[in-house]
Design a protein around this ligand. Structure first.
Ligand code: PLP
Length: 433
């Protein structure tokens, strides 16, 4: 008999990683294994879950929509859930962001933004503007365009020859300041590398792409708001589009609906996914300003944005997203986030001076600890040890190498969050040994 068809797990090294854990069910902040264990989901199942697993409003919206209209293509058709989602999102988005293009996940939301930026300039008669500037430590997804604008890393190394060239500029990684300053003495000097690049190359650059205020996979690096504000200013000054990848930061993660809002910045293109459905179904979206969209409206059909996916604007995912927005209105979501934020602040302050800790960072519902390590980086030997340590303690945390972070669903109780930090405190003693 031929071999069974088996799962090829993402981001998994079968030779050394532990066998996958079978999850039977999930409720609130907990995952339940089929051998009767309970795990607190300390990373919101890859940063997607907002209001806890199995939220009844989202589950009901999905069931109702599946029975009514499961799917229809969005080219030449439209439907109620996707229209309702547009109206719902409109209330949270700043004025010029009025056009939304749907796709399936964070990577596709980024691909769409990159392609829109390039074609925008082409459509208005400036085809030479097709290059991108992106930040050190950036992560924008795993498809080829998204990888290209992401920083080179073990994720992208095998594909270096495939990725298109990108101008790389400094990021505001204050703990490892790229220009050798400290926060006390700096005037966001790191942004000058973008300033110098744009001064020289702006005629060729279509857009700057960044993760606003929080670079996630690159190490949970929190930026001062002024960095984002200065980037916005430079983009405006040099007539270069700003793409804000809010795939992680969107839907409350940083304490406001969108990180850009926290910095008072409006991008030209915004990428959304992860929390858009409350973390229940895949959906991506790229929001553009009217100015960008207008450049695609023409009797010349070659100016059309020829991009789409089979499941673009899927009604069931859209219904889940509408229900998600409803929860933001019917439940004290931002109060919950503020509570998480204050616990992060209190517990991180208490461990900041621990000898195993290099830096602590937090923003909104995200708290992170950069551990001292000789092999700092995604492949740090600390990661597998810590991962197993926390699983044994009943907590799902998945360190990014030597960066340990807590990014829970917003409904986590104070008790459960303190429980996670108590385990982290134990882990620090173990790291030190
Ligand atoms: N952009 C950012 C900022 C992300 O953090 C991620 C995923 O972690 C992505 C894009 C890619 O999203 P997806 O994994 O849904 O393709």
């Amino acid at each position: 008999m031929s071999e069974a068809l088996r799962i090829w797990h993402p981001f998994t090294q079968e030779a050394s990683d532990p066998s996958p854990i079978r999850i039977e069910s999930a409720a609130g902040v907990c995952l339940y294994t089929d051998d009767g264990r309970r795990l607190i989901d300390g990373i919101s199942s890859w940063w997607v879950n907002l209001h806890g697993h199995g939220h009844p409003a989202i589950a009901a919206a999905i069931a109702e929509q599946a029975a009514k209209l499961d799917h229809v293509l969005l080219a030449g058709f439209t439907h109620e859930p996707v229209e309702e989602l547009c109206q719902g999102l409109r209330e949270f988005l700043p004025e010029p962001l009025t056009r939304i293009f749907f796709s399936d996940n964070g990577s596709t939301a980024v691909e769409v933004a990159l392609k829109m930026a390039v074609q925008y300039w082409r459509n208005i008669g400036r085809p030479e503007k097709h290059a991108f500037a992106a930040l050190e430590h950036a992560y924008h997804g795993d498809t080829v365009g998204a990888m290209s604008v992401g920083a080179r890393s073990p994720f992208t190394d095998p594909f270096a020859g495939l990725c298109f060239p990108v101008h790389r500029v400094h990021t505001a990684y204050c703990y490892r300041c790229p220009v050798g300053k400290t926060r006390a003495t700096c005037e966001i000097d790191c942004v000058e590398s973008l300033g110098r690049l744009l001064e020289k190359e702006h005629k060729q650059i279509a857009a700057v792409i960044l993760e606003p205020l929080l670079q996630g996979a690159g190490g949970m690096i929190v930026h001062p708001a002024e960095f984002l504000q200065r980037v916005r200013k430079l983009c405006t000054e040099y007539d270069v589009l700003l793409i804000a990848d809010e795939v992680l930061t969107g839907f409350g993660r940083t304490g406001r609906m969108f990180a850009c809002e926290l910095a008072g910045v409006v991008p030209d293109l915004m990428c959304l996914s992860k929390g858009i459905t409350g973390g229940v179904l895949p959906l991506g979206a790229t929001v553009a300003t009217e100015r960008i969209h207008e450049a695609f409206v023409s009797t010349d059909r070659t100016k059309t944005f020829f991009h789409g996916h089979s499941y673009t604007g899927n009604p069931i995912a859209a219904a889940a997203a509408v229900a998600n927005l409803g929860i933001f209105k019917s439940e004290p979501v931002f109060e919950r986030i503020r509570n998480i934020e204050s616990i992060h602040a209190e517990r991180l302050a208490a461990i900041r001076t621990h000898p195993a800790v290099g830096d602590v960072r937090s923003i909104g519902s995200v708290g992170a600890i950069e551990l001292r390590a000789d092999d700092a980086g995604y492949l740090s030997a600390l990661k597998p040890k810590l991962y197993e340590f926390f699983l044994d303690a009943g907590v799902l945390l998945r360190p990014l190498g030597n960066i340990l972070y807590v990014l829970p669903p917003y409904v986590i109780s104070s008790k459960a969050l303190h429980f996670i930090y108590d385990r982290i405190t134990e882990a620090l003693a173990f790291v030190e040994r």
